[in-house]
Write a new protein. Structure first.
Length: 278
């Protein structure tokens, strides 16, 4: 993923401390690889399964689950921000919890407040666009290879949160309007992601926007795939159950995270800020 833009803030004014001295040495997010997308999709299903178990089977209720998961996310985010470099276990724990919180934000608006999915999807899209505009105006880059300051990392996680919320609302809206069933819905969203990939590699669609569009689409893809495995056969699923599906996906996630921790294949090497942001 590349994004060309000028780094107008690299050279400090007279009397100021060079900004690079305040940067952590290492990039705080992983390289975007095949493993990245696999874990991202599986985190979506695990997150939604955990929320459903706590909400329905544990009887905590949507509001209580929202508060609990938001508090847990805050704790893990503190650990992530305090880390001086990308740590696969910490990073993917944040993603899994953000997937839960982003889903709960959308569900609260729809179920507790009665906000139509069309409205919530539009609001999340606007908020996400505002995050990108403010991020770029402040940092002069949206590059994932320059998530190397606290400010940029903050914008990154805000974008991830609202990308999950938008993906939830948009995915629910599509599933309600079209009603294709779990399997065909998963195929639809997978085809949309494939179209984005083709537009990027064959038609030079900007890498930053390609990444975030695909990131949004992986949320309903993961939900459709997880529902297909977990829901009863009478409802169009395979009947594995939410617990079995969640445990299966969690095992795969843990295996991949351990693999990445040992091989470090997704560790992005730091770059010198020279003229352009990769």
């Amino acid at each position: 993923m590349t994004y060309e833009t000028s780094e107008s803030q690299v050279v400090p004014e007279a009397g100021q401390t060079p900004r690079s001295r305040h940067r952590p040495r290492w990039i705080k997010v992983p390289e975007v690889t095949v493993c990245f997308w696999i874990i991202k999709v599986l985190c979506t299903t695990v997150g939604e399964t955990a929320a459903d178990l706590l909400n329905e089977k544990a009887g905590l209720g949507l509001t209580c689950v929202s508060v609990l998961m938001s508090a847990l996310l805050a704790v893990v985010l503190v650990v992530q921000f305090r880390s001086s470099a990308y740590r696969p276990g910490v990073y993917w724990s944040v993603v899994a919890l953000i997937s839960v919180v982003g889903t709960l934000i959308s569900d609260n608006l729809t179920d507790n407040m009665g906000v139509p999915l069309e409205t919530s999807a539009a609001v999340f899209a606007i908020v996400l666009a505002v995050v990108f505009v403010v991020w770029y105006r402040r940092e002069r880059t949206l590059s994932l290879r320059h998530i190397d300051t606290t400010s940029r990392e903050s914008f990154y996680w805000l974008a991830v949160l609202f990308a999950f919320a938008l993906g939830t609302a948009a995915g629910d809206l599509v599933s309600e309007r079209i009603d294709l069933g779990y399997w065909l819905s998963a195929v639809l969203f997978a085809a949309a992601i494939a179209a984005v990939a083709i537009a990027h590699f064959a038609l030079d669609l900007d890498a930053v926007w390609s990444f975030w569009i695909a990131y949004i689409l992986t949320r309903p893809l993961g939900a459709s795939f997880g529902d297909y495995l977990s829901q009863p056969t009478g409802d169009g699923g395979l009947g594995l159950g939410t617990v079995a599906t969640g445990v299966l996906f969690l095992a795969v996630i843990l295996g991949l995270v351990v693999h990445l921790s040992l091989t470090r294949r997704d560790v992005a090497e730091p770059e010198q800020a020279t003229g352009h942001a990769a």
